[in-house]
Design a protein around this ligand. Structure first.
Ligand code: ATR
Length: 268
């Protein structure tokens, strides 16, 4: 079998083996997908050993997305923009690093949820690693406007300056989101991990708006509950993004695009 793995710490909770095994079944690929636990000290050594044993590729999860950036010989444009890697491909030409998180989100919103992003008003809340990973793919969909807000406003400005899409984008403090009538509102903060509330208002959501939390597996978060109460027509957690990023990794490794819908049902 072809050997693949996901590396992280902790790693026991990872659903990547289930996802990739399900994709492989769709195509009849012979795939062995493992979980690798590493530390910051032995990350590089663990990846090198996996390559030496014949490993073909790897997903990278917290806290190694930055370490993987340094490990890779070549980087995709989107990995460079995200300054993080979630997918490695090992080949004769070396280690290639990519980041499929952002396209995973975009394909989930567009293809699975059926919501267009072109010419829409998008709000992204948060300016940490998760936000950085999705900004460029979101901008590539051609929104009419993208507002990035963050508790620490300075970080929102810095992040937008780094990805440079003047004209369409603006940055501001959290409460700048209260009145913008956005079509798509994305929570990229880590607030959902401790059920933190965000200052949303009725004016945040345009008619028919989607509220999307990047977090998954925590039921309906405070953000999604508030969004629904304040008029969001549709809400979604980040499980579809998880499946979407895995599908894009699979495409990078095998060149074929898995059907995500039955796999969503499997992990739901
Ligand atoms: P991640 O990699 O998950 O994005 P991170 O890089 O630590 O994690 O970033 C966390 C993000 O969530 C930041 O934008 C943070 O805001 P600050 O930059 O002001 O710290 C945001 N965040 C975390 N808890 C929050 C809360 N309770 N309310 C609002 N924003 C919060």
């Amino acid at each position: 079998p072809d050997r693949y793995a996901v590396i992280g710490n902790p790693i026991a909770q990872s659903r990547s083996p289930v996802l990739h095994t399900a994709f492989a079944r769709q195509f009849g690929h012979d795939l062995q997908y493992e979980k690798l636990l590493a530390t910051h000290e032995n990350f590089a050594e663990t990846v090198r050993r996996f390559i030496a044993e014949g490993g073909k590729g790897m997903n990278v999860t917290a806290p190694f997305k930055l370490a993987a950036l340094e490990f890779a010989d070549t980087l995709s444009e989107r990995a460079r923009a995200a300054r993080a890697i979630n997918t490695l491909k090992f080949g004769p030409e070396g280690v290639h690093g990519d980041n499929t998180d952002g396209v995973g989100l975009v394909s989930d919103i567009r293809d699975r949820l059926g919501i267009a992003l072109r010419d829409r008003r998008i709000l992204v809340i948060g300016a940490g690693g998760a936000a950085r990973g999705i900004l460029q793919p979101l901008l590539e969909t051609g929104p009419a406007h993208l507002l990035l807000v963050n508790r620490t406003e300075r970080k929102a400005h810095e992040l937008l300056e780094a990805c440079g899409a003047a004209g369409v984008t603006a940055a501001g403090p959290l409460d700048a989101a209260a009145d913008g009538a956005f079509d798509v509102v994305i929570n990229a903060t880590s607030a959902s991990f401790d059920d933190g509330r965000l200052p949303l208002g009725r004016g945040t959501f345009a008619p028919g708006a989607l509220a999307y939390d990047l977090v998954y597996g925590r039921g309906e978060t405070a953000f999604l509950r508030d969004a629904r109460r304040l008029g969001a027509a549709r809400v979604s957690d980040g499980l579809g993004m998880l499946v979407g990023q895995a599908a894009e990794s699979y495409r990078l490794w095998f060149g074929c695009w898995p059907d995500v819908e039955p796999v969503m049902a499997l992990v739901r």
